[in-house]
Design a binder for this molecule. Structure first.
Ligand SMILES: [Zn+2]
Length: 304
């Protein structure tokens, strides 16, 4: 057996500079375009925490949604500095699964059952394994996957959501809420901020995006993480500039106050967060920058 040394390999390459390129006219593998693995798992204390990519799509004219109260020039300047375009944005929809050791808890259900169950399967779970479905708020991209046709997607699950959120949407007359969530009222536990979903998972009021929008603090083995849901919806156009108005925030002033409060807490305490619409895999840290904040994507901290 011949052992090719590094020097011999370099010499061989030098002797035949273009030979290999000249022979080969087609790549052996087909071009497949951009893709992402659909799940990302890490340990937090005694918990397994898995984010799943239930969907992603490209959306045009993002200033129709973010930075509604700033000039196009300011929007462009901030976007240029962050190396992101102003004519389109990539949206991500990221439910989280927490295995506490006692229960498997799913936070939000994606746009549809199909997208969520496919990502769930990739992560090694089946819908019947889910013990608890926590709904952070009642927007369609969070409750869309609760049912699959007429049947519940997660047949063995109980449901938990904020009482203020459920009450507000009950009074609103919203078709998606009325179809997906209202029929589940009897299987749903309604909780206030500060209440526990189960051991180590506590609700935190994050009102503004919707009337009773809730974030959830995980606490296990001395480690903490915030599942922030939609209290901030873009890592630059909302998180970095918390006072920029977002179309989907139902009470824009309250949403901005909530952003400043929670982002300030995350930055001060150095806590990681999962944001439902943060860039995949949706895990990061927050630091203060100027009058706002800066999103630092997770690298390997939670693998250690
Ligand atoms: Zn959302």
């Amino acid at each position: 057996m011949t052992r090719l040394t590094r020097r011999a390999a370099l010499a061989g390459a030098a002797a035949l500079p273009f030979a290999a390129a000249a022979v080969r006219t087609h790549a052996a593998a087909p071009m497949m375009g951009a893709s992402n693995p659909p799940y990302n798992r890490f340990r937090l204390g005694e918990f397994d925490v898995t984010t799943i990519l239930a969907g992603t799509r490209t959306v045009g004219d993002p200033q129709n949604i973010f930075g509604m109260n700033v000039s196009p020039e300011a929007f462009k300047e901030v976007s240029d500095a962050a190396h992101i375009p102003t004519d389109q944005a990539q949206f991500f929809f990221t439910p989280t699964i927490v295995n506490t050791g006692a229960e498997l808890v799913l936070f939000d259900t994606g746009l549809s059952a199909e997208g969520t169950t496919a990502a769930l399967a990739a992560a090694g779970y089946t819908p019947d394994m889910i013990d608890v479905v926590v709904i952070t708020h009642m927007h369609g991209d969070h409750i869309g996957g609760v049912t699959n046709g007429d049947a519940p997607t997660f047949p063995n699950a109980r449901y938990v959501t904020g009482s203020a959120e459920f009450d507000a949407w009950s009074a609103m007359g919203n078709d998606t809420f009325d179809a997906k969530m209202k029929p589940l009222a009897e299987q749903t536990t309604f909780i206030p901020g500060g209440a526990d979903v189960t051991g180590g998972i506590t609700a935190m009021e994050a009102f503004g995006h919707t009337p009773g929008h809730m974030a959830y603090l995980l606490d296990s083995g001395g480690s903490q993480l915030l599942i922030g849901a939609d209290f901030t919806n873009h890592y630059v156009w909302s998180l970095a500039y918390p006072d920029w108005e977002v179309k989907f925030d139902m009470d824009k002033e309250m949403a901005a106050r909530t952003r400043r409060k929670i982002l300030g807490m995350l930055a001060t305490d150095g806590l990681p967060m999962i944001g439902y619409h943060m860039p995949w895999p949706a895990v990061g840290y927050v630091e203060t920058r100027g009058d706002g904040f800066h999103y630092v994507p997770h690298s390997y901290q939670l693998m250690l």
